[in-house]
Design a protein around this ligand. Structure first.
Ligand code: UPG
Length: 480
């Protein structure tokens, strides 16, 4: 790369592991190409990120801004994984209050950064950056299908997004011109509403999305044209502005080299003892907490199916001993499955686990990072969406025939142990599931191919350089 084209990019992700990590990953990829990064977040979130490889450390500067205090949010509650969904709006209030410290940081940066990449929550950032002459990109970490479902920015901005009833979210929107099953189930909308109660942050999520898309110079979407061309093209039509796919930012099994190294030893030892493609990896990301009933049915399903499994259970920071996830499992479960199943509480090196040849399938909540990581290694998916965008992703993955969804009761979301067993058997063993497994294996070439995905990044960098150059040309104040 010619040195005069090196960019300085400020990263400002939402306070959630599923957002901080891909922003960091994007930072590392740009740093590898010689660009400079200022990664802005709160102290505890920065501390929790995987350590940088030495060769990239000079290119990435972490900037810690203290999270402003708000009522009913304790000082250590800095990320969505620290709090129940009922407190998400409080975290958004605190996040919005970072605006003035971020503005001070940006004003004092010399020379001025070229770009700021922001997340969907910071709806106030485009105008702040524009005043300072910094180009803006909304780095969107959701599938194109999900963004197409949400709709055009003007629609999102108009009074909360024009959908008035729960049922409005359960149908494919009228602007989707091709056959699609991407819409929420009733119970998914209900679960999401638990995080929106009262709109305490003053800014509903649809408005945050609409302003983030509408206000930026460039939308970067973490997807590829090969996987969901119809939805990607629809997003471009809806947005009427430059939208560039960034590919999937695939990670190799060694790219998280220092993430939970000590744990990997024992996990690998266990996986090494299992047959190729035989293990179901079960994990539900950094935010989902199952209800007691769901946890019990999932446990029974895993026990009854007879397959080897590695189940990661997240113990929420706010749970007490009698409400801990482990204590809610069926009595004697861990002992009964010990010969073929591991229940692990706490953080694990997920990418390393998914890369292991013993893992055949992934029972997932359909967080977009998890989906990308699993398909990068060609693992078939058993879909158990819970909240956020997960239901939409699940429908997309079903549509693309790379996974089987565990059926739930439409109204209350209940699922049974038998439906878990059925889905697991289809995905992992039965003749019926062979085409799903084959299609998931094919996806390695789309999600996991480093060279193919790197081409997307090269296009992104060209766009960043060109758009920035045209901004500098058209407005002298950008030259400060
Ligand atoms: O023990 C763990 C648990 C998680 N991870 C990593 O953490 C990330 C989790 O991301 P994701 O799978 O997307 O789940 P969430 O953290 O739940 O993600 C939130 O953010 C995603 C991206 O916007 C959304 O798709 C989800 O619905 C939303 O819940 C992934 O990279 C995992 O590899 C680990 O490495 N170890």
């Amino acid at each position: 790369m010619e040195s005069e084209k090196a960019l300085h990019v400020v990263m400002f992700p939402w306070l959630a592991m599923g957002h901080l990590r891909p922003f960091l990953h994007m930072s590392k990829i740009l740093a590898q190409k010689g660009h400079k990064i200022s990664f802005v977040s709160t102290p505890r979130n920065i501390q929790r990120l995987p350590k940088l490889p030495v060769e990239l450390a000079p290119f990435i500067n972490f900037v810690a801004l203290a999270l402003p205090e708000v009522d009913n949010l304790s000082p250590h509650e800095e990320s969505s994984m620290d709090i129940p969904i009922s407190k998400y709006q409080l975290l958004k209030i605190a996040f919005d209050l970072l605006k003035s410290d971020l503005a001070t940081f940006l004003e004092n940066l010399r020379p001025k950064p070229d770009w700021i990449f922001y997340d969907y929550v910071s709806h106030w950032l485009p105008s702040l950056a524009a005043d300072l002459g910094i180009s803006t990109s909304y780095l969107c970490l959701f599938s194109a299908a999900c963004m197409a479902f949400l709709g055009a920015p003007s629609f999102l901005m108009s009074g909360g997004d024009g959908r008035l009833t729960i049922e409005d979210y359960t149908v494919v929107p009228k602007w989707v011109p091709f056959p699609s099953c991407v819409a929420y189930h009733f119970h998914e909308v209900m679960r999401n509403m638990a995080g929106e109660s009262g709109m305490e942050s003053g800014t509903p999520d649809p408005v945050r999305f609409g302003a983030s898309v509408g206000g930026c110079d460039l939308v970067l979407l973490r997807t590829s044209i090969e996987f969901e061309p119809e939805y990607f093209n629809l997003v471009c039509e809806l947005y009427q502005k430059p939208v560039v796919p960034i590919g999937f930012l695939p990670q190799s099994s060694t790219s998280e080299n220092n993430d939970c190294d000590e744990k990997w030893g024992f996990i690998k030892e266990w996986l090494d003892m299992q047959r190729v493609n035989s293990v179901v990896y079960v994990a539900l990301g950094s935010e989902v907490v199952l209800t007691h009933e769901e946890l019990v049915e999932l446990a029974h399903g895993l026990e009854l199916c007879g397959l080897p499994f590695f189940w990661v259970i997240r113990e929420p920071a706010w749970s007490t001993h009698d409400k801990s996830q482990l204590s809610l499992l069926p009595k004697g479960f861990v002992e009964r499955v010990r010969s073929r199943g591991i229940v692990h509480v706490g953080w694990v090196p997920q990418v390393k686990i998914l890369s292991h040849l013993a893992v055949g399938g992934f029972l997932t909540h359909c967080g977009w990072n998890s989906v990308i990581e699993a398909l990068g290694f060609g693992r078939v998916l058993i879909l158990l969406p819970v909240m956020n965008d997960q239901g939409l992703n699940s429908r997309l993955l079903k549509e693309k025939k790379v996974g089987v969804e565990i059926p739930r009761n439409e109204k209350n979301g209940a699922f049974t142990r038998d439906s878990v067993v059925d889905a697991l058997r289809i995905a992992m063993e039965s003749q019926e599931g062979e085409s799903l497994r084959a299609r998931a294996r094919e996806m390695r070439g789309v999600f996991g191919d480093g060279i193919r995905n790197d081409r997307y990044i090269d296009t992104v960098v060209t766009q960043l350089v060109n758009i920035r150059a045209s901004h500098l040309k058209s407005d002298k104040k950008f030259l400060m």
